[in-house]
Design a protein around this ligand. Structure first.
Ligand code: FES
Length: 186
């Protein structure tokens, strides 16, 4: 055996080391995710700003649409309609009816002294139904003990912070009529 020949199976340094200057193989993860840390930050900031603007625009459009819808609903509801004969609702009594649609519970109260008031029966807190309590001269919501003034619909106790929606009423030939949503003072 020639002492200057390498032993079989060990190879020369030129056979085992990568060729000097050959292009390195790109890592697989870099092919699939070709962002640098700086670029990634820019992309995230840009996208975040875009999403923020889109969300703000959508929210503003939704709020405007809801306001328009609420305004139209108040303006359009409440066609005049006969509710009940006044003789059926003695002073101090009440009468439940539906107004302006069959899905809208409402309450007519014949106040002590003779005045009539009508309101949506939906509590302005979370929408439970309010009842007339003649012995305490109040409209009461049993869900969270909300109390409303039966003359104005204003909340006087409990969590509600908005008045009940008032319905204009009038008596024509002994019949109580609902005339639409009433705004302003009674
Ligand atoms: S729903 Fe009427 S007080 Fe809460």
């Amino acid at each position: 055996m020639n002492p200057h020949e390498p032993e079989s199976g060990t190879g020369t340094p030129a056979e085992t080391a990568p060729e000097w200057g050959a292009p390195a193989e790109p890592e697989l993860w870099r092919e699939e995710f070709p962002y640098t840390a700086t670029g990634e930050e820019l992309v995230l900031r840009r996208d975040f700003t875009r999403y923020l603007l889109a969300a703000s625009g959508a929210f503003a459009a939704g709020a405007a649409g809801a306001a328009v819808w609420a305004g139209m609903r108040r303006a359009n509801v409440g066609e005049p309609r006969a509710v009940v004969d006044l003789a059926e609702v003695p002073e101090g009594g009440d009468h439940l009816f539906a107004y302006p649609t069959e899905q809208d519970p409402a309450i007519l109260v014949h106040l002590p002294g003779g005045e009539l008031r009508a309101f949506s029966q939906k509590c302005t807190h979370l929408g439970c139904v309010v009842f007339w309590q003649s012995d305490q001269d109040r409209l009461f919501c049993p869900c969270h003990e909300g109390v409303f003034d039966p003359r104005t619909g204003d909340p006087t106790a409990g969590p509600p912070d908005r008045p009940l929606e008032r319905i204009e009423v009038a008596v024509r030939d002994g019949v109580v009529w609902a005339l639409g949503a009433a705004d302003g003072e009674p």
